[in-house]
Every structure is written in structure tokens, then in C-alpha cells.
Design a protein around this ligand. Structure first.
Ligand code: LLP
Length: 423
């Protein structure tokens, strides 16, 4: 038995007080499902803008939105309008950021295996910083700079040897990692020397990202300590601490705010005597709880002595996180958001495998019926961006809602899209 869905898990402008229907950005979720179809990602634009502003303020403008969490041209524009730079990790993300007219100098290029083509693109687009991840990349970058007769500003990605206490797949600060130069082994020192001796590379400082969905600020403070000690002899002007701040997905979880996260980082910097400017790259904490996904219930099947399966018209192709990381979610009925949720069911998708589970134990009202619209909150990060066409499912549409008006920012895929690249 569970009570009505917790307000804390819903986007800022969610209105669950006026009548039974749920409104976000002044738009009735049932109307949105009707107008745009399901599955549908609904983002609260005011919520997105407010998290961007909070981050910009908390980090004195030294903050890049990690586009991998959710990206389309409209999202890139929005983050940039609100004063953020953009962190991109591939040529594709860089392409979208530039398509949105984000100036190259406000883009930071990441990646543990950037190709010649990607580095060439980054140099031609004059990206503000390239975060160098390996010696092979240093070779490639110097060769390209020489060819183009161009210099570029770089940060070195280092692994501080700090455990972030998160899922193994999203933990990156430990030494045994595919990312960056390890501090303790002396490799990072060698990378610093090598970069400083380059004619083309201007080394501005260090970058670290310890992991993602981290609830505790302590590992960030610890990483700052390691970075500060390592950087002390060099007098770098910049230090970037990555992203990683966690968000609550289910009842009972809680996370620091962006401001609290920043305060902890700045405190640690002060204690460690860091004099450089300090920046960050949040992704999840900007977009995750800004969105809900709407689904239509297609079948409800009771398996005697076991459980009830409720199947919706999406699944692991629009939210692979439960299957990948065992992540938990909640669900509620937008038509009666104050309803008690008495029944425990397994919420599943429509893909051809048993692992296609959205919520292992979902609490739903007793009168849940076929044809109902169900919503899962906190799907704004790493949902659409990690989505796939498995089973040739069409990737869902995305709408931004604000002041009573929805606007489509990503159209639903069509069957023609599925064969567009077939020869
Ligand atoms: N900076 C770098 C270098 C990163 O690798 C990442 C995330 C971020 C910033 C942003 O981290 P955030 O603030 O979003 O935690 N697919 C996983 C998350 C993978 C995160 C990868 N890197 C998930 O769905 O939980």
C-alpha cells in the first residue's frame, strides 16, 4: 500500500491541487497524451530553466551542462540561454550543440577515445576546451594542430582514485578505469609535463569526474583534496570537478541540492587552498526530475499466486535504466493523482524479453484499467538520450510545457524513419 505520489518527485510546476487531473506547466497530462500520443516525454520548461540558473549561480558561471543526459537543439539552446556552457562527449553531441548555435568557445569536448575526425571537428569549431584523456589523444591532437596550424586550450582528465559509492557502471573516479590519467601512479604528472612542453596545447588545468548518481558530497570533497595536492606545484588557472550529483527517483531517497553540492565543493577547495577557478558539469541534476514519461496501459494480466503484470506501450527502448542498472522508479495515474495506490504490480514494456521491466514493484490505484495513461516521474535524464529502436520501436516524441502551452521539441519517429538509412 502506498499513498499518493510524492510531490518531491514531480517537476516544479506540477499542479496536483486543482481537480484530480495532473497539470505540468499548466498543461493537463491527459490532454498531452491525447494530442501527441504515447509514450511521450513531457519536460517542465520552467523547471529546466530554474535548475540551469541555480547551477550558474552556484558555480559563478563556471558550469557546463552535460548534454549526454538529454540533448536536442532546443535543450542546447535553453541551457546556453540560461548561461551554461555545454559539455559534449562525441562528434554527434558537438554537432547538435553547434546546430543550436551555441558558440564553439562555450563548448567543452570530452571523450576517452576521440577520433581524428572528432578532434578535427572540435578544432575547426574552435571549442573552448578539449579535455584530454590519453597519451594517444595527445599525439592525435598535436598532429592535427600542426596540420591546421592552430593551438587549443586543454584540460587533462585525471582519475583521483576516489570511490563514488554508486553503481559500478557509472563509477569513474577509481584508478582502475578506462578514463583519464591516474594521479597516484605518476601517469598524470607525465601527462602534465608532456602537455606543457607542447607548442600547440595550452594547459589550463585538471578535470575529474568521479561518477554519477552520487548522493553524498563527501567523495567530491575527497577528490578535490587529491586534485589540489597534485595541482599545487603547477598553479593552474582552472579546476573542473565534473558532474555526478544524484537525484531521488523513488520515495525515501534524498539528495543535496545543486547549491549544497557546490557549497561542499567550494568548502573543500578552500580547505585545500585551491586558488584556481572551480567549475562543474552537471547533467542529471539539471534535467532528471524535470520530466515525466506518459504511457498507455495496454494489457493487465494476473498470474494467480504470483503477481499482476501491467504492460505499457514503451519499455526498455525509452528507459533502459532499470534493465541496465536496476534503477527504481515510481508511477502514478495522472487522472487521479491523489488516489491511494493499493495494488502492487509489475510494470513492464512491450519488448520481446522478460528483462523489459520498468518497475519491479509499482504501486497503482485499484481501479487502474486498460486504456489508462500512466506516468513515470524523474525520466528526464538518460532516458530519451539512451533510448533505442529495439524491436523497431519508434522513439517517442518530446514536448516542453510552459504557461499552459506545449511545444513539440522532438517529433515521434515514423516507420519511414526506420528504413531511411537502408540501402
Ligand atoms: N562530466 C562527465 C565527464 C561525465 O562523464 C558525466 C556523466 C557528467 C559530467 C554528467 O554526470 P551527471 O551529472 O549526469 O551524473 N547512463 C548513466 C549515467 C552515466 C553518466 C556518464 N557520465 C545513468 O543513466 O545513470
Amino acid at each position: 500500500m502506498a499513498g499518493p505520489i510524492l510531490r518531491d518527485l514531480l517537476p516544479d510546476t506540477t499542479d496536483i491541487s486543482s481537480g484530480e487531473h495532473t497539470l505540468i506547466g499548466g498543461c493537463d497530462l491527459l490532454d498531452l497524451a491525447h494530442e501527441f500520443g504515447t509514450p511521450l516525454f513531457v519536460y517542465d520548461e520552467a523547471h529546466l530553466r530554474s535548475r540551469c540558473r541555480e547551477a550558474v549561480e552556484a558555480f559563478d558561471g563556471n558550469v557546463a551542462y552535460a548534454t549526454k543526459a538529454f540533448l536536442c537543439t532546443e535543450m542546447a539552446r535553453l541551457a546556453y540561454q540560461e548561461g551554461m556552457s555545454l559539455d559534449v562527449a562525441t562528434g554527434g553531441e558537438l554537432y547538435i550543440a553547434r546546430k543550436a548555435d551555441v558558440p564553439g568557445e562555450r563548448i567543452v569536448m570530452h571523450g576517452n577515445n576521440k577520433s581524428f575526425e572528432e578532434l578535427d571537428m572540435a578544432l575547426r569549431e574552435n571549442v573552448g576546451r578539449i579535455v584530454v584523456d590519453s597519451f594517444n589523444e595527445l599525439d592525435r591532437l598535436e598532429e592535427l594542430c600542426a596540420d591546421l596550424n592552430k593551438s587549443t586550450k586543454v584540460l587533462l582528465r585525471v582519475t583521483p582514485g576516489v570511490e563514488a559509492h554508486t553503481h559500478e557502471f557509472v563509477s569513474t573516479g577509481q584508478e582502475d578505469s578506462k578514463f583519464g590519467f591516474t594521479v597516484r601512479s605518476g601517469v598524470a604528472e607525465e601527462a602534465v609535463e608532456r602537455t606543457r612542453s607542447s607548442k600547440y596545447l595550452e594547459l589550463l588545468g585538471l578535470h575529474a569526474h568521479i561518477g554519477s548518481q552520487v548522493f553524498d558530497v563527501q567523495p567530491f570533497a575527497k577528490a578535490v583534496g587529491v586534485l589540489a595536492e597534485f595541482a599545487a606545484p603547477y598553479d593552474f588557472p582552472e579546476l573542473v570537478v565534473g558532474g555526478g550529483l544524484g537525484v531521488p527517483y523513488v520515495e525515501g531517497e534524498s539528495a543535496p541540492s545543486i547549491q549544497e553540492w557546490a557549497d561542499a565543493i567550494f568548502d573543500a577547495c578552500e580547505k585545500a587552498g585551491v586558488k584556481s577557478s572551480v567549475g562543474s558539469e552537471p547533467g542529471r541534476s539539471i534535467v532528471a526530475s524535470a520530466a515525466v514519461t506518459l504511457y498507455t496501459v495496454g494489457t493487465i494480466k494476473e498470474v494467480p499466486d504470483h503477481r499482476t503484470y501491467v504492460a505499457v506501450d514503451g519499455g526498455m527502448s525509452d528507459n533502459p535504466r532499470p534493465a541496465l542498472y536496476g534503477s527504481g522508479y515510481e508511477t502514478f495515474l495522472p487522472r487521479s493523482n491523489q488516489a491511494e495506490r493499493q495494488n502492487s504490480v509489475r510494470l513492464v514494456g512491450k519488448h520481446c524479453e522478460s528483462g523489459d521491466v520498468l518497475i519491479k514493484e509499482a504501486w497503482v490505484p485499484e481501479d487502474l484499467s486498460v486504456g489508462d495513461i500512466l506516468a513515470t516521474p524523474v525520466t528526464g535524464a538518460y532516458g530519451h538520450s539512451m533510448g533505442s529502436n529495439y524491436n523497431q520501436m519508434l522513439r517517442p516524441a518530446v514536448v516542453f510545457v510552459l504557461d499552459g502551452s506545449p511545444r513539440l521539441v522532438i517529433a515521434r519517429e515514423s516507420y519511414e524513419d526506420l528504413v531511411r538509412r537502408d540501402i
